[in-house]
Design a protein around this ligand. Structure first.
Ligand code: DGL
Length: 268
């Protein structure tokens, strides 16, 4: 049975966005830049991060909880701003809730289409790399291409604990890039929404011929397309109402947002 949550004028309702923590803000920023009139509610489930080391069933239950939180706040569309959550739970969410869901998956396709060395690196969580959806996408778009998979063990906890710019992060990344560079990758796909925040460090560590692929803008464009197709775009010129919620110490989320938004603690 599908659960419908339609009450008043849908166009004026907020976009809901959730992630296992602060990483999905990389998606929020793209959405807010492309759709500046839209109200948004962002939920950072940092208390349960990282999702990437959890079982599929665990990830699904957390996604259901996050979805219901956003639906009770009248969201008209939900962006699952987490590769791990998307690859493990989005088909269930789409089947059981009667609003559009936008997800994010590692962008294997553009990397596979453009690689000259026929070798592409992917950095993602264990939960994403072991998911059925990730394997289906790789089989579909990357036949004949060598994919060097690397689990980004430890990266999300460092970011969630405010250690994005740390020696520990730099040495972890150096270790993870080494096998990829040995195999001559020329594209590196970022398969986790926390990872775009690593781009300045990755640019220092990667040779110039390696292109980094991040799908944040593509997700924002898809959000706009789906809102438009469902007649859900907010046409008003009002200042948007943007709400951020975190269920841990709010300081990391505040700092990743550059201090430009208020963050509320939520006992969730
Ligand atoms: N931002 C999540 C993703 O895109 C991080 C997953 C985690 O919490 O391990 O996969």
């Amino acid at each position: 049975m599908k659960v419908a949550f339609y009450f008043c004028k849908m166009q004026n309702k907020p976009i809901g966005i959730f992630d296992s923590g602060v990483g999905g803000t990389s998606i929020f920023k793209e959405i807010h830049a492309l759709l500046p009139n839209e109200d948004c509610i962002y939920l950072a489930d940092s208390k349960n991060a990282p999702y990437g080391n959890r079982s599929k069933e665990d990830i699904l239950q957390l996604c259901i909880k996050n979805t219901e939180f956003l639906l009770h706040r009248n969201c008209k569309l939900i962006v699952v701003a987490c590769n791990t959550a998307t690859t493990n739970a989005i088909s269930y969410l789409r089947e059981h809730y009667d609003i559009p869901f936008i997800g994010i998956e590692p962008a294997i396709k553009p990397a596979a289409l453009n690689t000259k060395t026929k070798t592409v690196g992917i950095l993602a969580t264990k939960g994403t790399l072991s998911s059925l959806l990730f394997h289906k996408t790789s089989d579909l778009y990357a036949s004949g291409i060598t994919i060097v998979e690397q689990i980004g063990e430890g990266i999300v906890p460092l970011i969630e604990s405010g250690q994005l710019h740390s020696d520990r992060m730099e040495s972890l990344l150096e270790k993870y890039l080494e096998p990829m560079l040995e195999q001559q990758i020329d594209y590196l796909v970022l398969g986790c929404t926390h990872y775009p925040y690593l781009i300045p460090i990755l640019n220092k560590l990667l040779p110039e011929n390696v292109t980094i692929i991040d799908s944040g803008l593509a997700v924002a464009k898809q959000t706009k397309t789906i809102l438009d197709a469902n007649d859900l775009l907010n046409g008003s010129n009002n200042k948007p109402n943007i709400q951020f919620y975190s269920n841990t110490d709010t300081e990391v989320l505040k700092s990743i947002l550059g201090g430009s938004f208020k963050v509320e603690y939520l006992d969730f």
